[in-house]
Design a protein around this ligand. Sequence first.
Ligand SMILES: CC(C)(COP(=O)(O)OP(=O)(O)OC[C@H]1O[C@@H](n2cnc3c(N)ncnc32)[C@H](O)[C@@H]1OP(=O)(O)O)[C@@H](O)C(=O)NCCC(=O)NCCS
Length: 152
Amino acid sequence: MAGTGDLTIEEATRVDDELVESLAALVPQLSRSAPAPGAAELAAIVASPATTLLVARDGTGRVVGALTLAVFRIPTGVRAWIEDVVVDEAARRGGIGAALVKEALARAEAAGARTVDLTSRPDREAANRLYVRLGFTKRSTNVYRHTADLRD
Ligand SMILES: CC(C)(COP(=O)(O)OP(=O)(O)OC[C@H]1O[C@@H](n2cnc3c(N)ncnc32)[C@H](O)[C@@H]1OP(=O)(O)O)[C@@H](O)C(=O)NCCC(=O)NCCS
């Protein structure tokens, strides 16, 4: 657990209604198309040794932000990705995003990760500014995506 003033960053280790409701409020602020995770999906994230769901709480204990850190070993070493960084709109510009990412970086380093990667669309101005301020540099690589056809 790490704290910045009244703010607390903690790992979600159990799934309850509060966590489900918090993510249901946060995920639409991140993606207009992705459905918010239900209890089963959150339980899978929490149970996996590869993923850590970090939540930020304000001084009243309310969940005001979240991110997911993925750490995994591949032949070239232990690597990490930060995904789905989001802070509630009403709580932005107060350093919560930075506190979440710093905690994720500390945990990735403690797990032996050689690198921590993330992507962010250029139009996400606040996010891009935040990542550069925290020391992320642009990689020269092509980012590809293959999208599954999940229709029956
Ligand atoms: C990106 C996000 C998580 C940042 O959370 P936050 O708690 O506001 O983060 P911080 O307060 O630590 O820092 C925000 C930085 O963005 C800047 N910022 C905020 N709004 C901005 C805007 N519209 N344009 C440019 N910069 C902006 C702030 O000034 C601050 O930078 P600074 O400290 O160098 O001045 C939050 O804006 C968010 O949830 N956005 C929507 C979802 C998203 O884009 N997630 C990232 C996916 S890659």
